[in-house]
Design a protein around this ligand. Structure first.
Ligand code: GUN
Length: 286
């Protein structure tokens, strides 16, 4: 059996088309949703992500602005910039590109973004809402996985889901979203003893660790749905996920490729979150 590919590029393109319609409604109300990205230092991968985000903004009709700070800037420089953007009515979404240089306190910086402009969903307010099952702005990558599950028509309730990875960006919110939909969820890490014992019971498997080849076809339950969130640059310059694609696709029923899978959805969900933030921010306060 060869698994059906989950085409992240095609689903992301659908999601972006839907955003264009929501943006048109906002334009009629004289509101142009705006996204401000903050990039500290010169990380090549971050440069690529930020460029992709700006391109998607342009495609959908969003205002986007990039604020670059030097790698040696102080924490108060970043906090002052965020404070200005928090008060700027043209900016509906603020994104601090991670990772930040190690001398900066990422947690303090992320928590200084106004929760209603926190389009990454990393503020405690938004993460808390997710825990409570009352989702507001939620982290983009796991939201993208949920949208893919729904659009491909995969049943979630009552099924075994295994998430490998426990980051705040992917693993933890992913587990919460799957729990919210009634899956039985196990969270593993790259250090989990006998990882295979867990993965081989997963109907839905999400791998988000950053270790190429961590999961191969022998560890996957026949017919499972596999989401590979890893994006690893290999010595030959090519991108690879955390899942050994060639062996996994012989066992899974559905699988996301790298590139062209989950990564494309992350950007689409960021745009959707920015539009949601703009819709909410212009609502008259009751
Ligand atoms: N770096 C890697 N993934 C992400 C993400 O989802 N958001 C931000 N802000 N930075 C990242």
């Amino acid at each position: 059996m060869s698994a059906e590919l989950i085409d992240g590029a095609a689903i992301a393109s659908q999601v972006l088309d839907e955003q264009k319609q929501r943006v048109a409604v906002l334009w009629r109300k004289k509101v142009r949703p705006g996204l401000a990205a903050i990039l500290v230092g010169e990380n090549p991968a971050s440069e690529v992500y930020v460029r992709n985000k700006a391109r998607a903004c342009e495609e959908v009709g969003l205002h986007s602005e990039l604020h670059r700070l030097p790698a040696n800037c102080s924490e108060s420089d970043v906090l002052a910039l965020i404070s200005r953007l928090n008060g700027n009515a043209q900016v509906h979404g603020i994104l601090v590109q991670l990772p930040l240089p190690s001398h900066l306190d990422s947690e303090r910086i992320l928590q200084s973004v106004r929760p209603d402009k926190d389009i990454d969903g990393f503020s405690w307010h938004n993460l808390g809402a997710l825990v409570a099952g009352n989702t507001r702005l939620a982290p983009c990558t796991p939201t993208g996985v949920m949208v893919m599950l729904d659009r491909v028509g995969i049943e979630i309730e009552g099924r075994n889901a295994v998430v490998i990875g426990r980051s705040v960006i992917v693993g933890k919110p992913m587990a919460l979203m799957l729990i919210g939909r009634g899956a039985t969820v196990t969270v593993c890490t790259s250090k989990t003893r006998d990882l295979r014992e867990h993965t081989s019971r997963a109907d839905i498997l999400v791998v988000a660790v950053g270790k190429p080849g961590l999961v191969d076809g022998t560890m996957i339950k026949p017919g499972a749905v596999v989401f590979d969130v890893g994006i690893n640059r290999m010595p030959d310059g090519k991108l690879a996920g955390d899942v050994d694609f060639a062996s996994a696709r012989e066992v899974a029923s559905h699988i996301t490729p790298v590139p062209g899978g989950v990564g494309r959805m992350t950007v689409a969900m960021l745009i959707a979150n920015t539009v949601s933030a703009a819709e909410r921010l212009i609502q008259p306060k009751s």
